[in-house]
Each structure stands twice: as structure tokens, then as C-alpha cells.
Design a protein. Structure first.
Length: 338
């Protein structure tokens, strides 16, 4: 195993930020990862584990070791009456795993079609879209504990999943590398088409009795029409989380801004779409030289080519400030800023 030095990370982050890593290596098996973890550079320098690099903003060179998880393989572990258990390598591309499930006619991940990134990165932020989250189909994961090199298994409860959250972003941050994830997929499908845009899209597609494949096609259609393709325009999906606020605060804002949308979360809190708040502050579609705010979805910051991560971080800070000034709501980035 050899470490490459001084390589550009531009191909490894969907924002397309051109920064360098002091050292870089790729591993395609648990054994190779364990070998890497024994190397002095890897032991002593800061480490960054990359999946698809789709939830990252680099603001400078990475003065440490970047390891890219390339562990592949998808296998059906067992079939039961209601569920089929499928294990996927952490380096599998997420959408390829979704396509595997669809081809096997296994339900549960169709709403998560076309989310950028890898299987191994998916649990870290409990990826979610169109009314479904990873935690709804997650069974367990295997991860290498960096300090000891041991392999540990985490079940659903042990991951402490929340909205774009898990234990791996909090108490155990930086301590594990997820090498595989096992999913519990449905043999009998339970479609979740309650998210408004899915129903409308299925109607437009003239589908009366949708299958999981139809729902996936609808989700792909919605995503492709709203979200920029990172292969064409650098971006990391939603840059901010949708903020959760007390109902009282929401009622006060509604008196001032009657159109403010909301989704109930608990009896005393609601979620407000950050995209709406940002749009109301006039940011949607704003172009500042070679970066800006996407024209179809104000929650997505974009790099039109050659922008620095610092500039994009400053734009994020300006957006946070203006939303705070206008609505008194604090936005928090969803993307990891490094
Ligand atoms: N909206 C606006 N203007 C905008 C964008 C959104 O007014 O520019 C309002 C509209 O009222 C719209 C509502 O926000 O009805 C919801 O918008 P959308 O359906 O696009 O969803 P979102 O809340 O903005 C979240 C996720 C997305 C996920 C979609 C669909 C977060 C941070 N983002 O966005 O996830 O695809 O729902 O489920 O929760 C991601 O995490 O990278 C991501 C793309």
C-alpha cells in the first residue's frame, strides 16, 4: 500500500473545489484499510474519510491523510416472509444500491433514489428525501474503530439517528470508518407517496397504481428538475438543514408572513423550509462571479467553476445572517465545512 502525496481533491468532492491533500490513498477491502491504519503517517496525522465527497466543502488544503472508501459488493444475506436483508459495501455508490433493490423488487429505498454519495456515508447523516429516511430501512452497519482497529457492529438504536444526524456526527465523530451497511428491505411494498410532488408527478406520468419502480422514476424526475447535477455544476445538495422552531415563534412569524410554510414535527415544534426563508431574503438564483445560489432551489449553493471554498463559506455566512435578521431564525449548515 502506498500513499500518494500532494494530489488535488477536485475530482473527489462534488463542489469541485480545487484543494490538495498532503496524503491520499484508496482502500477496497477491510484488510487494506487495516494495513493503511498501521502506517505512521495515517496514525499520526489528521484523517479524512471520503465517500462520494458529496457533503463537504473544502476551504483549504487538507494537511493530513485522505482515505477513500472503495469497498464494493452487494449481497442478499437472507430472505424472510416480510423482509429481505441486503448487505452493501461502504464504497458502493448509493444510487447503484437503490437500483439493485429495484431490480430485485425490494421496497423501501425508492424515495431515496439519486441521492449523491456512497452507502458508507449514508448513515452518518441519515440521508433522507420525500418522506423517507435511511433509518427506516437500516438494519445494522459494520465499522472499523480507528483507535483500536477493531470491527464493531451498530444496530439501528446504537446509531442514534435523527434528522440528518447520527452518533457518528456527534459523540463518535471521527472515530469510525463504516465498511458495510445491512438494510432491511420490504418484500411487500409500502409506498410513501404522501410527499406532494410525488403524487403530482405520478399523475403527470399517468400512473394509476404505482410500483416502487414508478415512485423511483418520479423521484428521479423531481430531483433532476430541481437539483443541479454535480457533474455539471459543483454543489453538495442542501447546504443547510431545515430549522425546527417552536410553534409559538411560528405563529408570530405567520402573522407577519402569512405564506410561511411549515411541517409539524412535535406538538410544540414545526420545521420551516430553509429554502423558503433564503428565497424570501432575495438569494435565490443569485450569481456572484463563479458561485452563487441555485436558481431552482435556494437551499443549494453552487460552484460554477473555479470558486474557492472560502468564498462559498462566506456566502453561507451572509445567508445565515440575513435569515437571522429577517426572521429571527438561526440556520445551520448540513454540509461539513473543512
Ligand atoms: N422552498 C422555497 N424556495 C426554494 C426551495 C424550497 O420556497 O427555493 C419551499 C417550498 O415551500 C417547498 C418547500 O420549501 O414546497 C420544500 O422544498 P423541497 O421539496 O425542495 O424540499 P426541502 O425541504 O427544500 C428537503 C431536503 C432535501 C430533499 C427534499 C425532498 C433538507 C435539508 N433537505 O429539502 O435533501 O431532497 O427535502 O425530500 O432536509 C439534501 O439533503 O442534500 C437534500 C437535497
Amino acid at each position: 500500500m502506498k500513499l500518494q502525496s500532494g494530489i488535488s481533491l477536485k475530482p473527489y468532492n462534488t463542489f469541485g473545489i480545487d484543494v490538495k491533500a498532503r496524503f491520499f490513498a484508496r482502500f477496497d477491502s477491510m484488510a487494506k484499510l487495516q494495513q493503511l491504519l498501521q502506517m505512521p503517517e495515517v496514525k499520526h496525522l489528521p484523517m479524512l474519510i471520503l465517500g462520494g465527497g458529496s457533503n463537504l466543502l473544502f476551504t483549504g488544503d487538507f494537511d493530513g491523510v485522505v482515505l477513500q472508501n472503495n469497498i464494493k459488493g452487494i449481497e442478499v444475506l437472507r430472505e424472510e416472509e416480510v423482509y429481505t436483508y441486503v448487505k452493501a459495501g461502504g464504497g458502493e455508490v448509493w444510487h447503484e444500491f437503490v437500483q439493485f433493490a429495484l431490480a430485485q423488487n425490494l421496497g423501501g429505498v425508492e424515495n431515496l433514489s439519486l441521492i449523491p454519495g456512497t452507502v458508507g456515508a449514508a448513515p452518518l447523516q441519515n440521508i433522507g428525501a420525500y418522506g423517507v429516511e435511511l433509518k427506516d430501512v437500516f438494519y445494522e452497519l459494520e465499522a472499523v474503530h480507528l483507535p483500536s482497529g477493531e470491527i464493531h457492529t451498530f444496530d439501528n438504536a446504537a446509531c442514534s439517528f435523527g434528522y440528518r444526524e447520527s452518533i457518528f456526527k456527534n459523540d463518535l465523530k471521527g472515530q469510525y470508518i463504516v465498511t458495510s451497511v445491512t438494510f432491511r428491505l420490504h418484500r411487500q411494498h409500502q409506498l410513501n407517496t404522501s410527499y406532494g410532488a410525488i403524487k403530482t408527478t405520478l399523475d403527470e406520468m399517468q400512473v394509476q397504481e404505482p410500483t416502487i419502480q414508478d415512485v423511483s422514476a418520479a423521484v428521479c424526475h423531481i430531483r433532476q428538475s430541481k437539483l443541479p447535477d454535480p457533474k455539471q455544476i459543483g454543489n453538495a445538495g442542501s447546504f443547510f438543514k431545515n430549522p425546527e422552531i417552536p410553534v409559538m415563534q411560528y405563529e408570530n412569524l405567520k402573522a407577519q408572513f402569512p405564506d410561511i410554510p411549515s411541517y409539524p414535527v412535535t406538538p410544540t415544534t414545526v420545521k420551516v423550509p430553509a429554502g423558503w426563508l433564503i428565497e424570501q431574503c432575495g438569494w435565490k438564483g443569485k450569481v456572484i462571479g463563479n458561485y452563487g445560489v441555485h436558481k431552482n432551489q435556494a437551499l443549494v449553493l453552487v460552484n460554477y467553476g473555479g470558486a474557492s471554498g472560502d468564498k462559498i463559506r462566506q456566502l453561507a455566512l451572509d445567508i445565515i445572517q440575513s435569515v437571522k435578521d429577517k426572521f429571527g431564525i438561526q440556520l445551520h449548515p448540513e454540509v461539513n465545512i473543512l
